[in-house]
Design a protein around this ligand. Sequence first.
Ligand SMILES: O=C(O)C(=O)Cc1ccccc1
Length: 282
Amino acid sequence: MKIGYLGPVATFTDLAVRHLFKGVESVPYVTIPECIDSAADGYVDLALVPIENALEGSVNITLDYLIHEVPLFIVGEATAPIQQHLMVHPENLENWQNTELILSHSHALAQCHKFLHRELKGVRSERMTSTAAAAQYVREHPEQNIAAIANGLAALEYELTIVRENIHDYDHNHTRFIVVSRNEKAPLETELKENGFKTTLVVTLPSDRTGALHQVLSAFSWRNLNLSKIESRPTKTGLGNYFFIIDIEMAMDEVLIPGAIAELEALGCSVKVLGSYPSYKL
Ligand SMILES: O=C(O)C(=O)Cc1ccccc1
């Protein structure tokens, strides 16, 4: 089995792959769409990508790509704690406080916003495709006095020196990753024990119907179906048109979820099941 992930080596996504799938062949991709495409095209069996961060919210590119671009299913999810560190090339260690540029993934920069504002005020920051891509760039450019925000494995892998540890602004910094596959029932060969199940639906409301969202939510509530997330994303067909992405805290069954879907369809909604899958804590 092969699994694609947002690379290069030592991203947080790579750490999640290593925890979830010990010893499995993994293939790094530069961007989230490239990674998802590799699963859609069958170069890899599964792809693992970040979808949501506790501090920064959804990774929109992941949601949008799954909804609009590829016929893939979510077959698993994993939530991992995230610790961000500031690191520099050892040749710039003495002078790191005069760093001129901070590189990282946009979510990592946002997770350390207060730290950067407090301790490195006025220093420019630039987004990279991932935290590890930032660390790799810093390794390859010792002539520049720059720093990366990334994890401890990236510091080891790219031989950088951590100058400030745990610079994320809030302790409860967790990221949710999803595993996607062309096969709705692809088994996850993991030794970890699941921590519950989820089913994710994409619901499009009938346009301009008063109270439609209220009716949608009541289809879940009177069946006692607990929702762990509801998020709207633009359909990209015009201002004011949205999909609702709804996570139900339960595996697909034969009665309750199909009943809720039938009720939503009777209300004029269109419903797509993005997946019903086990959930893991890393
Ligand atoms: O850039 C990475 O290392 C990723 O895997 C994406 C990401 C960025 C910030 C927090 C969690 C995941």
